[in-house]
Design a protein around this ligand. Structure first.
Ligand SMILES: Nc1ncnc2c1ncn2[C@@H]1O[C@H](COP(=O)(O)OP(=O)(O)OP(=O)(O)O)[C@@H](O)[C@H]1O
Ligand SMILES: [Mg+2]
Length: 229
């Protein structure tokens, strides 16, 4: 469904070059749960951003349903990022002055969905993640686990086919982290949303149907004793 083919991404800082991703082939299959593990700096976040069309590879290509992302029009790319993929980040990335409801509505504002429909859909998603009683709370009035659930509701509001999650439990205590992973796993199982989860935590990686390990910008064969085994 979503695939990286020979993807290379090099950051240039002045004269220095950081080879963040050095040639990755990876396919995300429909409805699967894939974990990406690997040490800090191995290129996991860079790869996730490339898969989600937030960043463009220097070499190689990312394809969604056979179409090369970098060859699509701005509108098609915006539609991909806005409706086909959802992002969940370690630091939640919510707007602090907006209520939970408004945070979840925001992607729909960008898509031009009318106010009434936005309200209904955002409230539905917040209910779905167990936050029916928290619609009017701002992020600062919510626990970390609740904030991450708002972020998941926001990622779900446009009914994406794949959720790209970058250390979604990284800032949570283990109980809240387990609840978040239960929620994500349930969305995968019951709604068939493909799940790609970058994680440092072996307990999280163990939940996935498939694991890949990154080192130095490459995917290395599983079985090298890395995390997630
Ligand atoms: N915007 C950027 N400009 C320059 N270098 C960057 C940039 N973003 C990341 N890098 C570098 O690219 C490499 C890969 O970074 P990346 O964030 O993908 O690693 P990661 O595997 O997600 O690490 P972590 O587990 O710590 O989040 C690192 O060496 C990092 O310093
Ligand atoms: Mg990272």
């Amino acid at each position: 469904m979503l695939e990286a083919l020979g993807v290379v991404r090099t950051y240039r800082l002045g004269r220095a070059a950081v080879h963040a991703v050095r040639g990755v082939d990876l396919e995300v299959h429909e409805g699967e749960f894939l974990a990406i593990t690997g040490p800090s700096g191995s290129g996991k976040s860079t790869l996730l951003n490339l898969l989600g069309g937030l960043d463009v590879p220097d070499r190689g290509e990312v394809r969604y349903r056979g179409r090369v992302l970098s060859q699509q029009s701005r509108n098609t790319l915006a539609e991909f990022r806005g409706q086909k993929v959802g992002f969940v980040f370690q630091t939640f990335n919510l707007i602090p002055t907006f209520s939970a409801q408004k945070n979840v509505e925001l992607p729909l504002v960008f898509q031009g969905v009318g106010r009434r429909e936005r309200r209904v859909r955002a409230a539905e998603r917040l209910e779905q993640v167990g936050l029916a009683g928290r619609l009017g709370h701002r992020p600062g009035e919510l626990s970390g686990g609740e904030q991450q659930r708002v972020a998941i509701a926001r990622a779900l509001v446009a009914d994406p086919e794949v959720l790209l999650c970058d250390e979604p439990t990284g800032n949570l205590d283990s109980a809240s982290g387990a609840q978040i992973m239960d929620l994500l796993a349930r969305l995968n199982r019951e709604r068939g949303i493909a799940l790609v989860v970058v994680t440092h935590e072996p307990e999280v990686a163990r939940l996935a149907g498939r694991r890949v390990h990154m080192r130095d910008g490459r995917i290395v064969p599983d079985g090298d004793g890395g995390a997630g085994r």
